[in-house]
Design a protein around this ligand. Structure first.
Ligand code: 4AD
Ligand code: MG
Length: 430
């Protein structure tokens, strides 16, 4: 008997097939049992009757409880009224693993309870929809860069120094020396861009963020492209292209998941180029004009970003921040030395910053001064300075946070549901 994934059961209509999965739900109606079986690719309704299945299989089906695993064989029919659109008339049934008192049921569970049972919560339909969107976003990201001539050069996770400032480093012991989990692959990416021209890295990054917000994880995934011979505008153009590509791809391939999440599609359909580009100084003026107090010189917090985002129907860039609030590697604006050539992409609907990046300082003496001003250990950055000693060129790049992007695309409240096993300020289990 052919074994089929439920997602491909349409190919077997009119024939017999074997399905392996888990019991999602069960109800009975007179002498019939309706099993809802899931296998990760879909859900199918399986009809068990004494006449078709025989006494033993019928009794086994009646004894199944939620999330028990099983194998069923039967005839496939199309049935528009059945969940998933197909029905299987069961001829034989084999229980595999029992499941006693499965802790997650249809009733309301609190978030902490669900997070404690994340290993089981992953089986529910909402989590499926979100993680399928995540999977699609990852694929879209890789396709986007691979199709545009970017080399994938992954950066190390264990590193000897900070990239994004020292306050959020996770420290570990490296054979008697201090090492840190990477906050960003950027510095290594810059070396790779000098070797290959256009590169990207895509992996987990770590920040000991003390913030307990709906946007912060301590372990999150970031895709970081870096381009030689590129300026701030080139970085913004690439970020815009990537964002549009991701949203289009999810709209094209994951509509059913977005529907399950009750995502307002008109908000995603509005994500078209060009994205507005406003300077930091302009953004501060906009905040003040909106009656939202803000002093020039500070970094934007979530409430500031939300006020700004209300003014746009699509993602928008804020560029040229005060250098004092940005990382050491940012190139100064030649028009105004107080400013750094950085840009953030803010998502609409209050999702805040999903991309941060810009043009890097390519002048050796200036970069040496910046390292000193930020009180960073010079010796750890000697290799990075080499990139300015040997054929330095203007170069730019950015980092896109995967989980924030997925949360925005899905329209969900918190990033904790966008990663299989979230790491948060107060949580490292399961
Ligand atoms: O703006 P960030 O800190 O930029 C960098 O790390 C640059 N070195 C990247 C580069 O230019 N190559 O972080 C980039 C993005 C943010 O816009 C946000 O989407 C995400 O990473 N991010 C987080 N996501 C979840 N939890 C956190 N704690 C995050 N911190 C940053
Ligand atoms: Mg940032």
């Amino acid at each position: 008997m052919p074994v089929a994934e439920i997602g491909r059961v349409a190919e077997f209509v009119g024939g017999e097939v074997t399905i392996r999965g888990w019991l999602y739900n069960k109800r009975s109606s007179g002498k019939l049992l309706f099993l809802l079986v899931r296998d990760g690719t879909g859900v199918i309704q399986a009809l068990v009757s004494l006449a078709d299945a025989g006494e033993e299989a019928f009794a086994a089906a009646a004894a199944l409880s939620q999330e028990a695993s099983l194998e069923i064989t039967g005839a496939v029919r199309e049935d528009r009224r059945a969940p998933g659109g197909f029905e299987l008339t069961v001829h034989s049934l084999r229980p595999i693993g029992p499941s006693e008192e499965y802790p997650i049921g249809p009733k309301e569970h609190g978030t902490e309870f669900l997070m404690d049972h994340r290993h089981l919560w992953l089986r529910s339909s909402r989590q499926h929809a979100i993680l399928r969107v995540r999977h699609e976003v990852i694929r879209a990201i890789r396709d986007f860069f691979n199709d545009r001539g970017f080399m994938n050069i992954d950066s190390p996770i264990l590193t000897p120094a900070a990239c994004e400032g020292t306050s959020t480093l996770f420290e570990t012991d490296y054979f008697g020396e201090k090492a840190y989990l990477t906050q960003s692959g950027q510095l290594y990416n810059e070396a790779a861009a000098m070797a290959f021209g256009k590169v990207y890295c895509f992996g987990p990054t770590f920040r000991a963020e003390k913030s307990k917000t709906r946007r912060h994880l301590t372990e999150f995934w970031m895709v970081e492209p870096e381009m030689a011979f590129a300026d701030l505008d080139d970085a913004m153009e690439l970020a815009e292209g990537l964002t549009v590509f991701i949203v289009e791809r999810v709209l094209e391939r994951r509509r059913a998941d977005l529907a399950l999440l009750e995502r307002d599609l008109t908000r995603l359909e509005a994500v078209r180029p060009p994205f507005p580009r406003i300077s930091y100084t302009d953004a501060v003026e906009r905040l003040k004009a909106a009656g939202h107090p803000f002093e020039w010189g500070g970094d934007f917090g979530a409430p500031d970003e939300t006020v700004l985002a209300e003014q746009f129907d699509r993602p928008f860039f804020v560029h040229r921040f005060p250098a004092a609030v940005k990382a050491f590697y940012m190139k100064r604006d030649s028009q105004d030395g107080r400013l750094a050539l950085g840009a953030d992409l803010l998502a609409p609907e209050g999702y805040g910053e999903i991309i941060g990046g810009g043009q890097r300082e390519d002048d050796l003496a200036t970069l040496e001064r910046c390292i000193e001003e930020h009180a960073l250990p010079r010796s750890a950055f000697e290799w990075y300075l080499d990139l300015r000693r040997y054929g330095s060129v203007p170069h730019s790049g950015f980092g896109m946070g995967l989980e924030r992007t997925v949360a925005w695309v899905c329209g969900i409240e918190h990033v904790r549901e966008t990663i299989p096993f979230p790491r948060l300020l107060n949580r490292i289990t399961p």
